[in-house]
Design a binder for this molecule. Structure first.
Ligand code: ADP
Length: 177
């Protein structure tokens, strides 16, 4: 058995889940894209928690491929899991780091007892990762790593129709399970 993977087109800040994953940057202090939207919608509580992380465990920032949780402020979730995707490189294979974002986010979610987790398409925005390859890595890693005893659903929230179609094709190509 594998964990059900659900695809949704829309804004991740409008989702209800135990944990929402943020495509953060290593500063943890906010940015554009998903990161900006999460801080805007979630309010200052999330940024305050991120500042505390910078002042304690993550003085140099959160390394690429790692994940850390905060509260979710005003979002309809219990936790935000911040993870830093790799910047796409045409000359260096950074796939393992993108896989690690998904694996580590799931590990943190499991530690928190979060049974439904919503991911954005990490690295496919400002970090320019080609969406089809990101879909292959994201869905492949979740299929391998998400223990069905620990999770009820893993959701990918794709901002636009094109990304939703690409993730959908990847899921269909893998079959039901
Ligand atoms: P990264 O820096 O990891 O590339 P971005 O936030 O720039 O992260 O983009 C990641 C993906 O999230 C892109 O495909 C972008 O279109 C999408 N995105 C941007 N805003 C939102 C949002 N509010 N909800 C869901 N996805 C979003």
């Amino acid at each position: 058995m594998t964990v059900p993977i659900v695809l949704v087109q829309g804004d991740i800040t409008r989702q209800r889940a135990d944990a929402l994953v943020n495509a953060a940057n290593s500063s943890l202090l906010g940015g554009g894209g998903v990161d900006g939207a999460i801080h805007r919608a979630g309010g200052p509580e999330i940024l305050d928690a991120c500042r505390r992380l910078r002042a304690s465990h993550y003085g140099k920032g959160l390394p690429t491929g790692h994940a850390v949780a905060t509260g979710a402020g005003r979002l309809d979730a219990r936790h935000v899991i911040h993870t830093v995707g790799p910047v796409w490189s045409a000359t260096e294979d950074r796939s393992e780091l993108l896989a690690s974002c998904h694996r580590e986010s799931l590990r943190v979610a499991a530690e928190l007892g979060a049974r439904t987790v919503a991911f954005p398409a990490i690295s496919t925005g400002v970090y320019r990762w080609p969406v089809a390859d990101a879909a292959r890595i994201a869905i492949g890693t979740v299929r391998e790593e998400a223990d069905p005893a620990l999770f009820d659903e893993v959701r990918f929230v794709l901002f636009d129709r094109a990304a939703h179609d690409v993730f959908s094709a990847e899921l269909a190509a893998r079959g039901a399970g």
